[in-house]
Design a protein around this ligand. Structure first.
Ligand code: GTP
Ligand code: MG
Length: 430
């Protein structure tokens, strides 16, 4: 248990209907009673109260609720003051709780207390963080589905490794018996099964990360190909300058949008031509840099005079399709009629994320991913040793390392450094 009582503004700042101050710790209820000059109401029932400043003036009327531990988010006594959402009001309410003995909470400290008090486990805390940070509803749905499967999968794996580790260790203790061939074969299968199950968790992470972090898509093509016009159509507002003068766009232009639940950063770039002026050439070079760092390039063309530049990260799209007849089967758009714009959005998301976006179990944070990698490396080494020297002592060291990585992954024993790192990413009040 923690001795002190913490307090913070739990809602985002800005003008809003409601803003919440959250207090947690042994003094939470008495701080509320002093601030309201009244006894707290029944637990878990909202009560309307005036909150008074030190000078005795009413700061705000608020709905307040007490949630005595251990049945609360942190496991401690928790109080929430739901005041009006202005920044000045919330600051004044917060200040009052601090005057009455609370300490300003550090980022993520409420969740850290919840973890320490076994209200949630490390994976749930990380999931919470990812959910708060998630920008898209598709990402949110995926997160839940991914992590649901992970705990079971890892639990199953740890049991299986435990089992064949025990078998191996029995042989270490009685070396004179020699190694039965069928045991070696079954260990080999067990290890490679465990490794491939882990690697599918890892692959799903890499693939799904783009759903949460979003994708970067760059519009490219010759001057006057209609890039800026299509950019405006895609972002649904006249953001970039459009003109029939070749070389209109020089600096690149960036907009964030959400397509199909996926955050997309769309970038319009300078048109490509060989006889460009110095300043225009700089723009073209900038466009190339953007394209190199992107997840996908949309390359526009308006005729077939040049060979198409298809590639793994390049999607060729016929532009100004209202003025000519693009080849059959080619994705075509017109910024004038709007034809093809919506299907381009869909195709972009499909191409960048792959069509196999299924809600498979997957780890959801880089820390979890690194633990997985550690476990896979150890299993791999174990497999190789079994195939070569067959020295069971060395193999069991690798298996123990794999076990310890998996234990770290699910948070059996978490070091303070890991917790510091994790919670520093939380916002204050969470
Ligand atoms: N008919 C028709 N005209 C278009 C279409 N898209 C763009 N245009 C016209 O083509 C000209 C060039 O359009 P921009 O969008 O500025 O082309 P850009 O590729 O950004 O050009 P730069 O920035 O100079 O490289 C403008 O006069 C647009 O009005 C389209 O789909 N159909
Ligand atoms: Mg342009």
């Amino acid at each position: 248990m923690f001795g002190d009582t913490i307090s913070a503004i739990a809602t985002a700042t800005g003008a809003a209907g409601v803003g919440i101050i959250r207090i947690s710790g042994p003094e939470a209820v008495s701080i509320l009673e002093k601030a309201t000059k009244r006894q707290a109401g029944e637990p878990r029932k909202l009560c309307l109260r005036k909150i008074y400043s030190a000078a005795g003036d009413a700061i705000d009327s608020a709905l307040v609720v007490t949630m005595p531990g251990p049945r609360s988010f942190t496991g401690e006594d928790v109080v929430e003051i739901q005041g009006h959402g202005g920044a000045a009001i919330l600051q004044a309410l917060l200040k009052r709780t601090l005057e009455l003995g609370a300490r300003l909470a550090m980022p993520g400290e409420f969740t850290r207390r919840a973890l320490a008090n076994d209200q949630l486990d490390l994976l749930e805390a990380e999931l919470l963080l990812e959910k708060i940070a998630s920008q898209s509803d598709r990402g949110l749905r995926l997160l839940e589905a991914q992590q649901r499967g992970v705990k079971n999968e890892i639990g199953r794996m740890r049991k299986s490794i435990d089992q064949f580790l025990a078998e191996m260790e029995a042989h270490i203790d009685f070396p004179e018996e020699g190694l039965p061939k069928e045991d070696v074969l079954s260990w080999q299968t067990n290890m490679s099964d465990a490794r491939s199950a882990l690697s599918s968790l890892a692959e799903a992470f890499e693939r799904n990360r783009r759903t949460h972090d979003g994708i970067v898509v760059v519009l490219r093509g010759p001057v006057n190909a209609g890039k800026s016009s299509l950019f405006n159509a895609l972002v649904d507002r006249p953001r970039a300058l459009v003109s029939d003068e070749a070389g209109t766009t020089r600096d690149f232009i960036e907009e964030k949008v959400i397509w199909d639940g996926v955050p997309v950063t769309l970038i319009d770039t300078a048109g490509i031509r060989t006889d460009a002026s110095d300043i225009e050439s700089q723009g073209i070079a900038m466009g190339e840099e953007q394209a190199a760092a992107s997840d996908l390039q949309i390359f526009l063309f308006t005729d077939l005079s040049e060979p198409l530049r298809e590639g793994p990260k390049v999607m060729c799209v016929a532009s100004k399709a209202d003025t000519w007849t693009p080849p059959d089967g080619m994705l075509a758009t017109s910024s004038v009629t709007g034809d093809g714009v919506e299907s381009l959005r869909k195709k972009v998301v499909q191409r960048a994320l792959g069509s196999d976006m299924v809600e498979t179990p997957s780890v959801v944070t880089l820390r979890q991913f690194e633990c997985l990698t550690r476990a896979m490396t150890a299993l791999n080494k174990g497999e190789q040793l079994l195939g070569s020297t067959g020295e069971l002592e060395l193999i069991s060291i690798e298996l123990r390392e794999a076990q310890s990585a998996l234990a770290d992954l699910v948070g059996d024993e978490v070091s303070d450094e890991v917790l510091d790192e994790l919670f520093s990413k939380f916002c204050i009040g969470k």
